[in-house]
Write a protein that binds this ligand. Structure first.
Ligand code: SF4
Length: 495
């Protein structure tokens, strides 16, 4: 009997000997939003715990995973293009397996496997742990907490009964709704810089927005346990994370399924007590869920960034009614004034959809006027994308694609002027900035963010004067003064 592992390996035929000692290398491409990125991080964590080695180079990988997005047409196209690009590593490179994961799988499970024969396995959003069997890796003995969460809200149950989550007619889709949620014990490999991490606090969505298929892709709204989120944040803080960004399809519903009132506010309050953390923020508020308690909590805690991202989608009451969201410019303005009154240094981000079916020139004018009045700090504009499976797909009076693009550009040009004026008003003001590293264009400039910039979403601050600091460090915070302003970006010097 051989006395050490090497001799066992040497007794095997050559190929198996290599397989026995060399870990499988897995390359990951993560597309789409930060919520998808967290899913990728969990899958990478599970694979690494199972003994795989994660590589950033697709050409070195034995297995390539593409975690896809299928929110709108352009995202689907990007996903398909990426799958085809990665498939080439199987035909002409080292890769032996191609796995497709994520939202595209929930929507087009059968088509992917039928039309792209290079794809060896698919993993939906609700079955992340299946990445191990798809990759041919045995699960580690304890691979991460309960995978299934059974909370639900009465709204979600009622919408389910009304057919909101139905995938009838989706070829090959798994009828069961995803109910997966990771927890603090799930292995997770951060793909973000080591000082900043996302925490997914909830998954799924119960809202009825008629343009959106996310609820069918991600399932009913469900929250992670309060203490699980806190425990994960504490672990991340111990690892060196200084900025935590809470995400979910709708973070402002956090805790409703757990019987918590003002769950998000309570969570933020507790997270702000973690000593090592400098910035805590949340993304994607639903307009009528921004409570007085939430506003008070942001205003009262220095560590909670004075930053609210509330996708309003439109301002015309008629369009919002057809979108199944309700409200309108007048109600939104009151709510914005209330937020700005309570949080004077508030940074407000929103996004709109232009060209929704039936959107008239008057509706679009209402939206433009509202954007001029509301003076958002950051604004995203999407052209309406007609998604099969969304209720709006059946609506008539579709707006022509060229007109959608014209309206998108027009709204962005209005915002550009607003942004320029707002950014100029920051010249001479002082902020704490986190340094992100040398800029991609030149090593003489470093990129940075203030609390007004969510990671990867908003503009950038370029630092061109380092004051007395001979060495500055990525991930460290410095007091800075803004010296120049452009349409969206700023220039600063370290004090
Ligand atoms: S709230 Fe957001 S994720 Fe939920 S249905 Fe509406 S647009 Fe989709």
């Amino acid at each position: 009997m051989p006395s050490n592992d090497n001799s066992v390996a040497l007794m095997l035929p050559p190929d198996e000997a290599v397989a026995a000692v060399a870990p499988k290398k897995v390359g990951f491409v993560s597309l789409g939003c930060p919520k998808n990125l967290v899913d990728s991080e969990v899958m990478m964590g599970l694979l690494a715990q199972g003994g795989a080695q994660i590589t950033a180079r697709a050409e070195d990988a034995d297995i390539i995973v593409v975690n896809t997005c299928s929110f709108i047409d352009t995202a689907k196209q990007e996903s398909v293009d990426t799958i085809l690009e990665m498939a080439q590593h199987k035909t002409s490179g080292k890769a032996q397996k191609l796995i497709v994961a994520g939202c595209l799988v929930e929507r087009y499970r059968n088509e992917i496997q039928k039309n792209i024969p290079e794809v060896d396995a698919v993993v939906g959003t609700g079955e992340l742990q299946q990445i191990l069997s798809a990759a041919g890796i045995a699960p580690a003995p304890a691979n991460g907490g309960p995978f299934v969460i059974l909370n639900s809200r009465s709204e979600g149950d009622a919408r389910e009964a009304a057919g909101r989550f139905s995938k009838d007619g989706w070829d090959g889709a798994i009828a069961d709704l995803p109910n997966y949620l990771y927890d603090e014990n799930t292995p997770r490999l951060l793909a973000t810089p080591k000082y900043s991490a996302y925490i997914k606090i909830a998954e799924g969505c119960d809202h009825p927005c008629s343009f959106c298929i996310i609820p069918q892709l991600r399932g009913k709204f469900r929250s992670r346990r309060f203490e699980s989120v806190i425990a994960e944040a504490q672990q991340l803080a111990k690892q060196g994370v200084r900025e935590v960004t809470l995400i979910g399809q709708d973070t402002t519903c956090y805790g409703e399924d757990l019987g918590l009132k003002d769950g998000l506010a309570l969570l933020l309050e507790r997270l702000a007590q973690i000593e090592e953390l400098r910035w805590v923020r949340f993304l994607y508020a639903y307009p009528n869920k921004i409570t007085g308690k939430l506003i008070e909590t942001i205003a009262a805690n220095e560590k909670i960034c004075s930053y609210i991202d509330v996708p309003l989608q439109h301002a015309s009451p008629a369009v919002l009614k057809n979108m199944k969201r309700g409200a309108g410019a007048g109600i939104f303005m009151k709510s914005i004034e209330k937020m700005r009154h309570a949080i004077p240094d508030l940074t407000l981000r929103t996004s709109f959809i232009v060209g929704f079916p039936g959107e008239t020139t008057e509706d679009f004018t209402i939206l433009c006027d509202f954007v001029r009045e509301a003076q958002f700090d950051w604004l995203g504009v999407f052209g309406y994308s007609d998604e099969e499976g969304a209720q709006a797909f059946a609506l008539e009076e579709k707006v022509a694609p060229r007109e959608i693009e014209r309206r998108r550009k027009k709204l962005m040009s209005i915002q550009k002027q607003i942004s320029r004026t707002k950014k100029r008003a920051l010249i001479g003001k002082q902020f704490d900035l986190v340094l992100e590293g040398p800029s991609e264009e030149t090593e003489l400039l470093w990129q940075a963010r203030a609390a007004m910039h969510a990671p990867e979403i908003d503009g950038t601050v370029y630092v061109n004067d380092f004051g007395d600091h001979e060495n500055v460090r990525e991930g460290e915070f410095y007091r800075c003064e803004i010296t120049e302003a452009h349409d969206y970006d700023l220039v600063a010097r370290i004090l």
